[in-house]
Design a protein around this ligand. Structure first.
Ligand SMILES: Cc1cc2nc3c(=O)[nH]c(=O)nc-3n(C[C@H](O)[C@H](O)[C@H](O)COP(=O)(O)O)c2cc1C
Length: 219
């Protein structure tokens, strides 16, 4: 697959078919992502891919927490505020996405159902949890970002879909327990992985981008 085409076509997929991905395909995309650059080749990524009964148990516990309205508390704390311009982009994203889904602004039940999809892991057969040693600096998050994008593009090359989502790491103590992840690792991000249900309306929305002239200075 052409890289430019892949970059243009990648988008977050929020509804999956239940079909599992063959272990050798998972290994192949992780192998490709392992070529990501990192600070002095420190390769900070520790990768756990949950599927089958392990993911089913975790999903059940996530949905229970969602029903009980347990506030998400990822290892990397959620931001408490945003600069106005970024806040506005987030608001615009929500407004456009709900409009595309035909969900009214005041339809709290439909909005709640959409949020719940996160805690159902979007129905994906696998979730990749990217972790790193707690004692690493924020620079290593940059490396994990490179790894994540490489993994998502490699997955796309193999006909798979993905979504990186902080809500997948909303309850790190549950992930730690089910996946036996040691305390010294910070669970940074989850990436749902599988074959997207392309018929589903949730997968039709394409997010807008700023015109590059708004942020690019060719000096
Ligand atoms: C660090 C990070 C966290 C995200 N968390 C969530 C999330 O919890 N739930 C969700 O539905 N999407 C989440 N997303 C997906 C973004 O909303 C999405 O990438 C963005 O709207 C751009 O859309 P696109 O990925 O389809 O291009 C997250 C993306 C990133 C990079």
């Amino acid at each position: 697959m052409n890289v430019l085409e892949a970059l243009k076509n990648r988008h977050s997929t929020r509804v999956y078919k239940p079909d599992p991905v063959a272990p050798e395909v998972i290994r192949e995309i992780v192998e490709a992502a392992n070529r990501a650059p990192s600070w002095a080749n420190t390769q900070p990524w520790e990768v756990y891919v949950a599927g089958g009964a392990t993911l089913d148990n975790l999903r059940k516990r996530y949905l229970e927490n969602f029903q009980k309205e347990v506030p998400p508390h990822p290892d990397i704390a959620l931001p408490t505020s945003w600069p106005e311009v970024h806040q506005e982009r987030m608001f615009q994203l929500g407004a456009k996405r709900f409009a595309a889904l035909g969900i009214a602004r005041d339809d709290q039940e439909a909005r709640r159902k959409t949020t719940e999809m996160n805690f159902n892991f979007f129905g994906a057969p696998h979730v990749v949890f990217l972790c790193m040693d707690r004692n690493l600096s924020p620079w290593s998050l940059f490396d994990l970002g490179s790894f994540a994008m490489s993994l998502m593009l490699a997955a796309q090359h193999k006909g798979l879909n993905t979504i990186p989502a902080v809500m997948l790491v909303a309850y790190p103590e549950l992930i730690r327990e089910e996946l036996k992840i040691p305390e010294n690792l910070s669970i940074v991000i989850g990436i749902a992985l599988g074959y997207g249900d392309q018929e589903n309306i949730h997968n039709h929305f394409v997010t807008p981008r700023r015109n590059i002239d708004e942020f690019l200075k060719l000096v």
